[in-house]
Design a protein around this ligand. Structure first.
Ligand code: FEO
Length: 396
């Protein structure tokens, strides 16, 4: 349902209650998502972003509740990923003369996606556009999270529209942050940050400083997914600064897979050792756990402990995706340790430790290898491993 979020500014997006995977099947979205699009009715009629292609027809119906699409003068296209630009080709059939405002990198990414010769206007950081009573001010935000990403600020209503930044994959009945469950909201905002923005955390910190230095009043932060930050809008900026800093919490995450429960029993013994020293932990059996939820757990955990049996001289393949994430998301300030069972060749611990090295995660305790099923003495060694990791967590 179209919502007037401020005088003359309308949310005309789509709520996708049924989305369970995003980026193809790369990212789980247990609570659906929204594709937010904002219509600004000033002397010029401006649309900021569109929605994902499968929803283009209902998007146009929403838009028609406020304005004839043919009357749109300016389309601000903050980012070319198709969840925000998929409806653009249909929209542009209705307003072919509209100016499409893009960032310098958007000038290549939009034609690259749609192969259309729209009336592009390229804007850089600090450029502004008079739309009548108010102005739009643009801030490039490359790699937050694509090279073409851009923030748009509306003067007069003091609304920052930062596209993907500060978003959440969170379908809700209402449009504002003060109307939803705060636990759910922050769970989804953190999961979104951890999975999408972790590798560019340094850029996030710099961009926050850059935007705050503009001294623009911010009445609302209206991202392209999830709810609009209306109540205390800068709370999410404070949280982003915290998440981007990756100052670790004194807790551990244990990741493992197992065939005949030897490595599972080892994982639980490692956990007992952590708890004995007062360090909280969570255990995830990666063959049956949601990888994206685990990434959210990992973002601020100090320790990551990984266990696998040896199979075919390697690790169980079910661990490969999360280990790849551990490397490619470039987590900071972590420590690691390894364990695993084996029957004959037994490379598991060595391989996990080598992977930690590639992830720049220091190994803080000697790994534990157990042949066949663990004895009581073996489990005691696993508990000792947990205690050693806990002591390192508490020391740092
Ligand atoms: Fe980068 Fe929401 O798309």
């Amino acid at each position: 349902m179209v919502t007037e979020i401020a005088k003359g500014v309308y949310w005309v997006g789509v709520v996708d209650w049924n989305l369970r995977h995003f980026h193809g099947h790369e990212l789980s979205t247990h609570r659906g998502s929204t594709y937010n699009s904002y219509l600004i009715a000033d002397e010029k009629t401006v649309l900021v972003d569109t929605v994902w292609g499968p929803f283009k027809e209902e998007f146009l119906e929403n838009l028609r509740q406020v304005v004839d699409p043919a009357a749109i003068d300016i389309v601000v296209a903050n980012h070319s990923e198709s969840d925000h630009s998929g409806a653009l080709p249909l929209l542009m059939q209705h307003c072919p003369e509209a100016t499409v405002v893009v960032s310098p990198r958007g000038a290549t990414s939009f034609p690259g996606h749609y192969h259309q010769d729209w009336n592009f206007r390229v804007v850089k950081t600090g450029d502004s556009l008079d739309i009548g009573e108010n102005k739009l001010i643009f801030v490039e935000a490359p790699m937050l999270h694509w090279p073409d990403s851009m923030f748009t600020y509306l003067t007069g209503r003091n609304i920052l529209m930062p596209n993907d930044a500060f978003g959440q994959h969170y379908a809700t009945a209402f449009r504002f942050n003060d109307q939803v469950d705060q636990g759910e909201l922050y769970q989804e905002a953190l999961k979104y940050y951890a999975n999408i923005l972790t590798p560019t955390s340094d850029l996030v910190l710099r961009k926050i400083d850059e935007v705050l230095a503009l001294n623009l009043p911010v009445a609302m932060i209206a991202p392209s997914h999830g709810v609009i930050w209306r109540k205390d809008p800068l709370q999410i900026v404070t949280k982003y600064r915290e998440w981007a800093s990756q100052v670790p919490e004194k807790r551990a995450v244990i990741l493992f897979d197992t065939m005949w429960h030897a490595t599972r029993r080892m994982a639980e013994a490692v956990g007992q050792g952590l708890a004995a020293e007062g360090v909280p932990y969570k255990i995830f059996h990666m063959a049956v756990s949601d990888r994206n939820d685990v990434i959210a757990e990992l973002l601020l955990a100090k320790a990551v402990v990984v266990g696998s049996p040896t199979i075919n001289t390697g690790l169980l393949p079910t661990l490969a995706p999360i280990l790849e994430d551990l490397k490619l998301l470039r987590f900071k300030n972590k420590i690691g340790a390894a364990f695993g069972s084996y029957g004959w060749s037994g490379e598991c611990v060595k391989l996990i430790e080598k992977h930690f090295e590639a992830c720049k995660i220091p190994v803080v305790a000697e790994g534990v290898r157990v042949k066949w099923q663990p004895t009581a003495e073996d489990l005691e060694k696993c508990q000792s491993l947990g205690r050693a990791v806990a002591q390192a967590v508490l020391r740092e």
